[in-house]
Design a protein around this ligand. Structure first.
Ligand code: SF4
Length: 527
């Protein structure tokens, strides 16, 4: 059971509890901290309690009620909505006098596919001010308050910043989320951010001062939650300059659009040390007709040019994203997206399954393209006219094995043996189907077991020389000090790697592996 953060001593009663379930311990709930920071004079009556998805709902309920609260505010997201639905029902059964207020994206947008109706109030929109006003009215005894409160977007500069609420323990052990802007100017139909109009920015001086205070307190891992960080050149360059003036190690994560990389940004990105910057680059599709269907801007020439630049001329670590199951996109077209990306960049390519988020306009294609989605979070596509259920299931396994083999960075030399003719999709699809026949599992496959499977497949199914595959696996696995090759592979090794590279401190596991990996030119087999 994880009571991760309280602002006062345990055992003291609090009139207001702010709580949520994070997807994992290392995530810190910036939304709760915003609500808490903006409670005004009610702050002293409130406590902030964070749990994770692994905690049991009954025990969360018990911990919440131990504070004898009058109001419990819960942040509801796609990763916790099922548990929150159970929690609300339990709270209203055992403590019906407690007023339960829900907010967050899963409450803001309709339809609610998890039953949240037993909560007393739903705040739809950005709740920082609305929650304070609601609490004041409730605590003063007001009764004529509607269940649904529409909050709408807030002016970022009307908010009290939440960053002082990160504890020293948060700073030492968890990702520190920060934001310099809210909203996105684009209109991709699968995305909640497309529902907002324009971008709202926090005043830059104040934001930099907050960053500096976090830095002084020892924060070195910053995840920017801005949806399109690389828009707004003055803000972006100033923030990058803030970090360039500081000594690594540190780690920054930004989400960026792929077709906008002006020179002022390029020249700065080139100056960051390896392991300091990670960019999440949404590609989603390279098919013009799919992009048109989902109203996503697509400038393929700029994307290709910028990815090559980032890959070859900076030390930036990239995740590029593709989506499986977009309306109107055939499997052959998804295969083309993947093949092209692998040959443009050596970065991780995250394969996401299309989700139908409530409130988004992706549902307008349901009939035309026979789109069928799960009603369970995270509301993934199950089938479409172009990709039937069995094929979609196969693609979900493909994505999982792709993550284990390709994105993990564990098999950078060996993975390319899976597509000797450079048709990445076909080669990897055949391997993924073979692995699934062997294991009937996509989880809990250890690194050594995966190495043995790769060896077996490449030697016995594809006819590669055992010596060649074993040497390749040795080169991949033994790059990380302390690893031991499985005996069944070791007996075939004729060449052990002689050196391991040193990497900067403070990096994530995958980044370390990517820095240890062979140069990107070795990732495409010779023709
Ligand atoms: S997918 Fe990215 S670019 Fe498109 S609307 Fe969402 S945040 Fe904006």
């Amino acid at each position: 059971m994880a009571r991760l953060f309280t602002t006062t001593c345990a055992g003291i009663m609090h009139q207001i509890i702010l709580t949520t379930l994070n997807a994992r311990y290392s995530h810190s709930a910036i939304g709760l901290r915003y609500l808490y920071a903006n409670l005004g004079e009610l702050t002293d009556s409130a406590v902030l309690l964070e749990f994770t998805n692994n905690d049991r709902v009954t025990e969360i309920c018990e911990q919440l009620l131990a504070h004898s609260p009058r109001i419990i505010g819960i942040g509801v997201y796609i990763w916790n909505v099922s548990q929150v639905g159970q929690l609300v029902q339990l709270l209203k059964k055992v403590a019906p006098q407690v007023i339960v207020v829900l907010g967050g994206p899963e409450v803001t947008h309709l339809p609610h596919r998890v039953d949240l109706s037993s909560a007393d109030h739903h705040i739809r929109g950005e709740a920082e001010h609305a929650f304070r006003i609601l609490c004041k009215r409730l605590l003063s005894g007001a009764t004529n308050i509607p269940q649904v409160i529409d909050a709408g977007p807030v002016d970022p500069n009307s908010l009290v910043s939440p960053y002082h609420l990160y504890t020293d323990s948060d700073i030492a052990h968890r990702v520190i989320y920060v934001e310099a802007s809210r909203g996105c100017p684009f209109s991709c139909e699968f995305c909640l951010s497309s529902l907002e109009r324009g971008v709202r920015r926090f005043a830059l001086d104040g934001f930099l001062s907050e960053l500096d205070q976090l830095w002084q307190r020892g924060a070195r891992q910053f995840k920017f939650i801005d949806r399109t960080f690389n828009l707004g050149l003055k803000s972006v360059t100033t923030i990058l300059d803030f970090f360039l003036a500081r000594q690594p190690p540190y780690f920054l994560h930004f989400e960026v659009v792929p077709d906008h990389l002006p020179e002022a940004l390029r020249s700065r990105l080139q100056r960051f040390s390896p392991g300091t910057i990670q960019l999440e680059v949404g590609i989603q599709t390279l098919q013009p007709h799919t992009a048109a269907v989902i109203r996503r801007r697509l400038n393929i020439d700029a994307i290709e040019k910028n990815l090559r630049f980032l890959d070859q001329e900076t030390a930036v670590h990239m995740h590029v994203d593709l989506i499986i199951g977009l309306p109107g996109e055939r499997l052959e077209e998804f295969a083309d997206n993947l093949n092209r990306l692998v040959h443009i960049t050596s970065s991780e390519i995250q394969l996401g399954i299309l989700k139908k988020l409530s409130g988004t306009r992706i549902n307008r294609h349901d009939r035309e393209f026979g789109m069928i989605y799960s009603d369970e979070p995270p509301y993934e596509i199950l089938a479409s006219d172009l990709i039937p259920f069995a094929l979609m299931q196969e693609m979900k396994r493909f994505a999982r094995f792709w993550d284990l083999v390709y994105n993990s960075g564990n098999f950078t030399s060996t993975a390319v043996l899976l597509w000797p003719d450079q048709d990445v999709f076909t080669g990897f699809r055949r391997f993924a189907a073979w692995v699934y026949r062997q294991t009937t599992a996509t989880w809990q496959i250890s690194l050594n077991r995966l190495a043995e499977l790769l060896f077996d497949y490449l030697v016995n199914d594809c006819g590669n020389p055992a010596k060649e595959v074993a040497n390749s696996l040795a080169a991949d696995l033994l790059r990380i000090p302390g690893r031991v090759l499985p005996a069944s592979i070791r007996t075939h090794v004729t060449r052990l790697p002689t050196t391991t590279r040193s990497v900067p401190a403070g990096l994530g596991k995958r980044q370390k592996k990517r820095l240890y990996q062979a140069p990107s030119s070795s990732r495409t087999p010779a023709t």
